[in-house]
Design a binder for this molecule. Sequence first.
Ligand code: FAD
Length: 295
Amino acid sequence: MKIDEIFAKKDLVFSFEIFPPKTTSSVDTIYKTLEELKDLKPDFISVTYGAGGSLVNNRTTELSSLVKKIYGVEAVAHLTCINSTKEEIDYILNDLKAHGIENILALRGDIPEGGVLKGDFKYAYELISHIKKRGDFNIAAACYPEGHVKGKNLKEDLIHLKLKEESGATHFISQLFFDNNYFYNFLEEKDKLNIKSSIEAGIMPVTNKAQIERLTSLCGVNLPEKFIKIVNKYEYDRVALRDAGIAYAVEQIVDLVSSGVDGIHLYTMNNPYVARKITESISSIINSINKQKAI
Ligand code: FAD
């Protein structure tokens, strides 16, 4: 099923993100993870595409196919273009189609060290146009409530977001954020440009301090005072920090859902325990919203 149909049916879409296991030995753990995630009944699961965009050892197609065919959950395959030629992208698109995948999250990818580009694509919108021409896939893309970390400012970023919509993206998934006000401001600004695509808020439950440090330098997201307070208080107590991270994410989600967002995309980090705790806390809220649409 194309995810557009899911958005048309529901007032609130709830989805997960997972990443392919890094080594063959960890493949077994992904079966267990998927078994547990499937029971939480997400609307779809998206599967990331390895940094660097190499065709070698790319397990995104294989895992997306597993999500869809074995676990019966709709799949969205991420695909980056910065390091690929048109021929390589076409090879992957043909492979995705052969595996029955109907949804792609089309991305540029991060610029490699030294800034040397190997591929035919410079920006995500070019990949989106290329995929759109085939007519086979529903295309989603990324958006950044606080602006892209390497971008000039939010205003320019939004102009480029509009370009992605005009090129064929019908759905956006946001980068993680910890202060909902950035997301609300972003929604207001994108409305001014008449961007109509559905937008899911990307939520990452933070469960350890190293993860937070990596994220802030990689994505450039702001950390609100109350979030920093939690991290500093429990940084040496793994379980307490995990539980506080889950509680923080739940509070963010309740606020977003009550404000009428199109969807929540949970960055699960392949951790079914955290995904389950969050899903259990918000399932009655999700059901309530979608019941209102059904009436
Ligand atoms: P673009 O939309 O091309 O934007 C990149 C930058 O270029 C922005 O600053 C934008 O303003 C600017 N820009 C765009 N168009 C133009 C133009 N015409 N002229 C001038 N400037 C322009 N990375 C992975 O490697 N694998 C993944 O699976 C993955 N999944 C992700 C999922 C989500 C939900 C998100 C938010 C990010 C993900 N990323 C992933 C990271 C992503 O690849 C990086 O953030 C990357 O740096 C930008 O990708 P993009 O598709 O947003 O690029």
